[in-house]
Design a protein around this ligand. Structure first.
Ligand code: GDP
Length: 430
């Protein structure tokens, strides 16, 4: 049985916490897309951790963590991350890396920086982890699969050919130092040593695991609105953030994904550029940012302050639909306890017309939020375990959001810890 944990919005919805919580029951947790450009924050008995590459199951002794073929694998980052958790007393996790995952090359990171510099004020707000150049090369068929590190002759030939084209750009477009084939080859040999203990045919491993009835979790990065097809193109990430892609990025049959848990945060936040209709500014935003998440809404990878906004029913309904949501996990609800009234975005006004459908990007840029206001509950809801014990206005907020997004909210997260969770029977659950 495979479950996917994915985001409905721009990322940072609290997927790490939900995955970590569900991983208690999982035999295998898989990262199937993205790279070290986003992070998950997890709070558990060992402390607080920001993971960028490792799946959120690494803290349990019983889970196998898999880096699937769809991931942009930064080998030194992965190895350092493993070391950083074992240094803090976490037992060495069982990790498998797909032999078909592709390697983030040192020049991918350089090209990401150089291109953002070149674009200046028109940049994408990249985290400069090399993700866009990596996926460009993957689909241009000049990327390197992990298995290629073990074919030394083939590797050297391919490096020569790739460096020749990269060096043209470095010299004439970016005016930067050129790549040296020997130096890169040497780095690749170091990468090979680092990754060798983990490499295997992960899709075959998963086939066996599925036949043996194991519980498998797919852990998504970012959210629907960052998907290259269905998101706010071009202000998106470079690999699909949808649960459906989990089948491809992990190498499993699509029909094995039985439950799609889409994580929605009780308010909105976004990093990077791009349309964000329910965005708020000034003191109102500063206060929500400061109180948000666990210790403020600042990027887990970059430390950048996140852009803040009210809950957006239009974007979240669309985000849940594209994920194929079976369950919504509604997170960080405790943070809203300070507000007298809580605005919620229920529609977009585009050129004088109000719509509840999420528009294409150029129309989205013109959209203005249609807000409604719900009463706050003015108390701390952390520690509450039963839905009926939540204050009435808090339940009304949850039920209002559920009606507007049209997908069942079956989990409510009221704190960063593993046990800060309320399960709920939803009238929308068949
Ligand atoms: P992810 O990338 O989707 O996993 O999200 P992040 O880890 O970037 O952001 C979620 C932040 O909120 C982290 O700091 C979590 O510890 C924290 N968090 C998750 N769920 C809750 C919750 O229900 N309440 C509070 N206060 N914080 C939460």
């Amino acid at each position: 049985m495979v479950k996917a944990v994915v985001g409905a919005n721009w990322g940072d919805e609290g997927k790490g916490k939900i995955t970590d919580m569900l991983a208690r029951e999982a035999d295998i947790v898989i990262r199937f897309q993205g790279g070290a450009n986003a992070g998950h924050t997890i709070v558990n008995d060992y402390g607080k951790f920001a993971l960028h590459t490792l799946p959120s199951g690494v803290f349990y002794g019983h889970t196998t963590s898999i880096i699937g073929n769809g991931v942009a694998l930064n080998i030194p980052v992965l190895v350092n991350e493993i070391r950083s958790i074992t240094d803090r007393g976490v037992p060495a996790p069982k990790i498998l890396v797909s032999d078909r995952a592709q390697v983030v090359m040192p020049y991918h990171i350089l090209f990401d920086q150089y291109e953002e510099e070149r674009l200046g004020g028109k940049s994408f707000g990249s985290t400069k982890s090399g993700i866009a150049p990596f996926y460009s090369d993957k689909y241009a068929k000049i990327g390197f699969q992990v298995c290629e590190l073990f074919d030394e002759e083939g590797l050297r030939d391919k490096l020569e050919s790739v460096c020749a084209t990269k060096n043209v750009l470095l010299e004439h477009l970016y005016h930067k130092p050129l790549l040296d084939v020997e130096e890169l080859y040497h780095t690749m040999m170091e990468y090979k040593e680092m990754i060798a203990p983990y490499v295997c045919d992960t899709s075959r491993f998963l086939d066996e695991a599925l036949k043996a009835g194991k519980n498998i979790l797919l852990e998504g990065q970012l959210g629907t609105l960052k998907d290259p097809d269905h998101g706010i193109y071009p202000m998106v990430t470079s690999s699909s953030t949808l649960a459906a892609y989990g089948a491809i990025g992990a190498g499993i049959p699509p029909y094995e994904i039985r439950q799609v848990i889409t994580v929605c945060k009780a308010y909105s936040s976004a990093v990077g550029a791009g349309a964000f209709v329910s965005e708020i500014f000034g003191e109102e935003a500063d206060e929500l940012r400061h109180r948000g998440g666990d210790g403020g809404e600042y990027g887990a990878t970059t430390g950048r302050p996140r852009r803040m906004g009210w809950f957006d029913c239009v974007a979240s309904r669309y985000g849940c639909r594209l994920q194929g949501t079976t369950d919504v996990a509604f997170t960080v609800l405790d943070v809203l306890g300070y507000l007298d009234e809580i605005p919620v975005c229920v529609g977009y006004e585009v050129d004088g017309e109000v719509t509840e459908e999420f528009p294409v990007t150029w129309k989205l840029e013109k959209a203005k939020p249609v807000l409604t206001t719900l009463p706050g509950w003015k108390c701390d809801i952390r520690g509450i375990k039963k839905y009926e014990d939540l204050p009435e206005n808090c339940r009304k907020y949850v039920e209002f959001v559920e009606r507007h997004i049209g997908y069942p909210i079956t989990m409510i997260s009221n704190g960063p810890g593993r046990d800060d969770i309320i399960y709920r029977e939803s009238p929308l659950k068949k």
